[in-house]
Design a binder for this molecule. Structure first.
Ligand code: NAD
Length: 374
């Protein structure tokens, strides 16, 4: 079996799906590893680093022709799909819910696509493959650094000859993987941190990180399926926005990371609420994306100074901004998935397997998202 490492095509994407450190493991599976020329340069991994561990750098044309399995980070572009061939397996974070046309095109070409972002995260044997977690944890870390960088005062309490600086008050909304990582990072920088989430089990997690939990008066809590949050009703959402608006002025920095799988991000912080923050405050919206974010008016990769001197930052592709570390973690997730896929030297997409039943999104010419053919 040949595993082909794709050079990412999305502008600004510097990660690479496979790093040299995992190549011995892939070769132990009986696989040959082909790497598209310059695939790793965005993560400071020249072709020579791959050659040293026995992988073979090749031009794109050869890669798409020879590889049995293609490994990527982001969904393929419209230019990449026509280069793929029938029976070729594609593994990556393919975001199958974002662009249905892409999956029809992949199915029509006969590509067998496996999307790591649909991995059942509660399954313990899938943990080593959990790329959403590895990348969200990097995003949360970086979001705290972005916030600290934009904030015009110290995060820690500091006593100096020039006086005492008060610690920054940081609020993290949504304490899933990214939120917990942001809390930990802001704490390590010395801020006083408060976390908030609607899943009741997060209270203990927030406390265990040495942070406070924000109780919002009049807002109901509750979990949904598979350990994820449920979507709030309109009146619950209004109550939450209202309650947050009352409290947000207590904080210097707000980092938002709320998400309900398959939905557009919940709007937690309204324009009105932002007006209640002090000048010089900073808000980083990790959920900012094409479908909006957790903060009204945030856009990905955009930092704006809004009324009254509050800086609103829509996060862009934060894992890509840490491409070496993010690629190293992602490559371990991909290697674990490939170890699961490749049996006796060949990839097998056994749809009775719990992991593959959830993650195989095109197979036998059909799109099958969520376990059934469509
Ligand atoms: P997660 O599912 O682990 O966590 C999301 C949390 O939000 C959950 O704890 C959930 O309970 C909470 N939540 C949902 N609705 C809420 C509400 N109304 N109020 C309060 N909390 C609510 O997800 P994650 O992997 O941590 O990702 C979080 C967000 O970060 C997502 O929007 C994801 O797309 C984004 N993200 C961005 C980047 C980037 O680089 N910009 C990278 C990774 C993840």
């Amino acid at each position: 079996t040949s595993i082909g490492v794709v050079k990412e095509s999305e502008p600004g994407e510097h990660r690479v799906a496979v790093v040299p450190a995992v190549i011995p493991r892939l070769r132990d599976l009986g696989c040959e590893v082909l790497v598209e020329n310059d695939a790793g340069t965005g993560a400071f991994l020249p072709d020579s680093a791959y050659t040293e561990v026995g992988a073979v750098p090749v031009a794109g044309a050869e890669l798409y022709e020879r590889a049995d399995v293609l490994a990527c980070v982001r969904p393929p572009s419209g230019d990449q799909v026509p280069r793929m061939r029938r029976g070729q397996v594609l593994v990556g974070m393919l975001e199958p819910l974002a662009d249905p046309d892409l999956f029809r095109a992949l199915a029509e070409r006969g590509v067998e696509a496996v999307s790591l972002d649909l991995l059942p995260r509660t399954l313990s044997r899938a943990q080593s493959m959990d790329a959403l977690t590895s990348q969200a944890s990097i995003a949360g870390y970086k979001a705290a650094l972005v916030a600290a960088d934009a904030y015009g005062r110290y995060f820690p309490m500091l006593m100096t000859a020039a006086g005492t600086a008060k610690p920054a008050q940081v609020l993290v909304l949504g304490v899933g993987v990214a939120g917990l990582s942001a809390i930990g990072t802001a704490r390590r920088l010395g801020a006083q941190v408060t976390g908030y989430d609607i899943r009741p089990e997060t209270r203990d997690e927030v406390h265990s990180m040495g942070a406070r939990f924000l109780d919002l008066a009049g807002v109901s809590v509750g979990s949904g399926e598979g350990g994820y949050a449920r979507a709030l009703s309109e009146s619950e959402r209004d109550a939450q926005q209202e309650a947050l608006q009352q409290r947000i002025g207590e904080f210097d920095v707000v980092i938002t990371t709320a998400l309900v799988p398959g939905r557009k991000p919940p709007l937690l912080v309204t324009r009105e609420a932002l007006k209640g923050m002090r000048p010089g405050s900073v808000v980083v919206d990790l959920a900012a994306g094409p479908r909006g974010g957790n903060v009204e008016g945030s856009e990905p990769d955009r930092s704006v100074l809004i009324a009254d001197g509050v800086r609103l930052i829509g996060a862009g592709n934060l894992p890509s901004s840490m491409a070496p570390g993010a690629s190293a973690a992602y490559a371990r997730n991909i290697a674990a998935l490939l170890a699961h896929l490749v049996r006796d030297g060949a990839p097998r997409l056994d749809l009775d397997d719990e992991i593959l039943a959830a993650t195989v999104v095109t197979s036998g010419g059909q799109v099958r998202i969520g376990g059934g053919a469509r």
